[in-house]
Design a protein around this ligand. Structure first.
Ligand SMILES: NC(=O)C1=CN([C@@H]2O[C@H](COP(=O)(O)OP(=O)(O)OC[C@H]3O[C@@H](n4cnc5c(N)ncnc54)[C@H](OP(=O)(O)O)[C@@H]3O)[C@@H](O)[C@H]2O)C=CC1
Ligand SMILES: CC(=O)[C@H](N)C(=O)O
Length: 254
């Protein structure tokens, strides 16, 4: 059985991946979709011809990835694509964030992504793809979004090294680093601290971000950055001293 696995499939970027993978990978037998909101996943199934395996997991809960591991051992599928899209961020100064949110960001964005990748690799082979959702927030430390941006730097760093390690097996890892994308993400992220207004000017369409990510993954690209502004930001984050960028980010953009 050939499958794709998509985490964060109940909303936003993950959900869009499910739609677009159905068209981009014609030989899939199933897409395994992971999120907490089962009703959303059931609704998604109604819109798709391909069978979805609905896995209602809270990935921060002990045992959820063990359940996935056991299911993989039982079904022994060939994983053609893994998309790790579950994630959340909470804006605000570190000491003002609740520790529950801080721990949750690290747990979901870093630990669960790492563990899912680990349990899936044994079921991948030459030509399989891993698509990891990092963010443009990975490019430099961001005051007022400190733990989120650090969690995404982890994803970016881990995934680029993993790409090298897996290249001998013909498994390709692409890290997706979007700027702001119009999804439900901001309902949670901005609930206690509004986002800087300028972000609204760069809000991208998830359809375009995902379409580029799938194209870049097919081209075996190391990373996928949608839009000229975010590409320029990436170059700036490489060229300018982070001390200076962090100062301006805190003063004008937090
Ligand atoms: N939107 C943006 O501007 C950007 C987003 N990103 C990244 O892209 C990824 C997707 O974000 P986006 O689609 O925008 O956000 P959404 O809020 O729209 O989707 C987040 C997804 O993660 C799932 N999720 C959240 N918590 C858990 C949990 N504990 N266990 C299992 N699943 C969970 C949600 O499902 P449910 O609630 O049903 O569990 C949902 O499907 C994230 O990693 C985000 O950091 C990167 C750059 C920009
Ligand atoms: C939420 C994100 O990850 C985005 N890159 C942003 O900085 O708004």
């Amino acid at each position: 059985m050939q499958i794709a696995i998509v985490t964060g499939a109940s909303s936003g970027i993950g959900k869009e991946f499910v739609f677009q993978l159905t068209k981009a990978y014609r030989n899939l037998d199933e897409i395994w979709v992971i999120a907490r909101r089962e009703e959303r996943l059931v609704e998604l199934q109604k819109k798709l011809p391909l069978k979805l395996r609905i896995l209602t997991y809270d990935l921060t809960e002990e045992g959820s990835i063990t359940a996935l591991k056991e299911l993989l051992a039982e079904e022994k599928p060939q994983i053609k694509v893994l998309v790790n899209s579950s994630g959340f961020g909470k804006r605000g100064y570190f000491e003002e964030n609740s520790y529950e949110d801080i721990k949750g960001m690290i747990d979901l964005n870093c630990r669960s992504l790492t563990e899912i990748t680990y349990v899936c690799i044994p079921y991948m082979s030459k030509g399989s793809r891993i698509i990891q959702l990092a963010s443009s927030a990975a490019f430099m430390p961001q005051p007022n979004f400190a733990v989120y941006s650090a969690s995404k730097s982890f994803v970016f760093s881990f995934s680029r090294a993993l790409r090298r390690e897996l290249s001998g097996k013909g498994i390709y890892v692409t890290t997706v680093c979007p700027g702001p994308v119009r999804t439900e993400f901001f309902g949670i992220a901005d609930s206690e601290c509004p986002r800087p207004m300028f972000k609204d000017a760069f809000m991208a369409d998830p359809v375009k971000v995902v379409s580029k990510a799938i194209r870049d993954s097919h081209k075996k690209k190391e990373y996928s950055i949608y839009g000229g502004v975010m590409k320029a930001f990436y170059v700036l984050s490489k060229a300018a001293p982070h001390r200076v960028l962090i100062f301006f980010a805190d003063k004008f953009f937090s």
